[in-house]
Design a protein around this ligand. Structure first.
Ligand SMILES: *Cc1c(COP(=O)(O)O)cnc(C)c1O
Length: 304
């Protein structure tokens, strides 16, 4: 393989009104989405031919676009149909990662006025990858808590899913240098925020908590909160100091890229009681099992 012949995952994309293989899913170098990270997106997954909480993802996608003053050129029903078609044509019904995105686009004159640009809308479906693969669920994720601050919510609205990832990617390199595999960023007050594409939770004395500020309000985060409430486990969204996070009985992450996944180690130390050796605790296990049971519930799924 040479730089001129990159390989692409299998799948299918919808670009400029056509369904194309992933290697043809390209963007102009002049697109504001590329040159300015001026874009928003959403990702849903489908498993065994069913989308999970598709409406929640579509609602967030359209809300995010509105916040950024981007007009999505199709309505939600049409967007869902394009997502379905990408999954079918891409052959990823069994486990698909389905992303819709809209960028500010390209202006014919390369004007500096964002209002002159014509937005770019794309959808693609590729095989779903898990942040922590199933075969490692007993071990859990090894997390580094970074001193890098997540971009403050006063600068970039974290509730509109975005590609402002310098902080997250630099955090990943910091984690690799520290011998960990993934990272959680913090805020100036020393509270934990989120990691690259996932939210975080802790369990302490039978109570669950997740950060309420400086984070994307993940659909999987919302699912975990609802499932906890169904189980009558107290759950609150509030500031979580890093010391409290390190001292948790259990900790887990949530993401469309893998659902509810346990954290086994924080900064090299096993999470929870020494005797458990970092293996997932009982509440994490129950929530994770329920999460996957819900993937067969007609109330939360939509057929591809
Ligand atoms: C997508 C994302 C998440 C997780 O959101 P889900 O809807 O659960 O997939 C968390 N944080 C960031 C920064 C994200 O981009």
């Amino acid at each position: 393989m040479t730089a001129d012949e990159p390989t692409f995952p299998p799948g299918c994309a919808y670009v400029r009104g056509r369904y194309v293989p992933m290697k043809e899913a390209t963007l102009s170098v002049l697109d504001w989405g590329f040159l300015r990270s001026d874009a928003t997106y959403d990702v849903a997954h489908c498993i065994d031919g069913l989308f999970f909480r598709l409406d929640a993802h579509l609602d967030r996608f359209y809300r995010s676009a509105e916040k950024l003053r981007l007009a999505i050129p199709v309505d939600k029903a049409r967007c869902a149909e394009i997502m379905r078609e990408c999954v079918r044509r891409g052959g990823v019904q069994e486990a698909g990662y389905v992303e819709c995105l809209i960028t500010r686009g390209v202006s014919p004159t390369f004007s500096r006025d964002p209002r002159d640009a014509v937005p770019t809308f794309m959808v693609f479906a590729i095989p779903l990858g898990f942040i922590l693969p199933r075969e490692r669920w007993e071990e859990g994720l090894s997390i580094h808590i970074s001193r890098i601050h997540r971009i403050p919510p006063e600068s970039v609205d974290p509730t509109a899913k975005n590609y402002h990832w310098h902080d997250l990617v630099q955090g990943l390199y910091e984690a690799y240098d520290a011998g960990a595999e993934n990272v959680v960023l913090t805020d100036p007050a020393g509270a934990v925020c989120e990691g690259p594409g996932f939210n975080v939770f802790l369990v302490k004395d039978g109570r669950i908590a997740t950060p309420d500020r400086g984070v994307l309000e993940g659909v999987s985060r919302d699912t975990a909160i609802r499932l906890a409430r169904d189980l009558q486990i107290p759950v609150e969204a509030r500031a979580i100091p890093t010391d409290e996070f390190r001292a948790a009985d259990e900790a887990f992450i949530t993401s469309t890229a893998g659902g509810i996944m346990p954290i086994g180690r924080i900064d090299g130390r096993p999470v929870g009681p020494e005797t458990r050796g970092g293996a997932p605790g009982p509440i994490t296990r129950r929530l994770r099992d329920l999460y996957w049971e819900k993937h067969a519930d007609p109330a939360w799924t939509t057929p591809v």
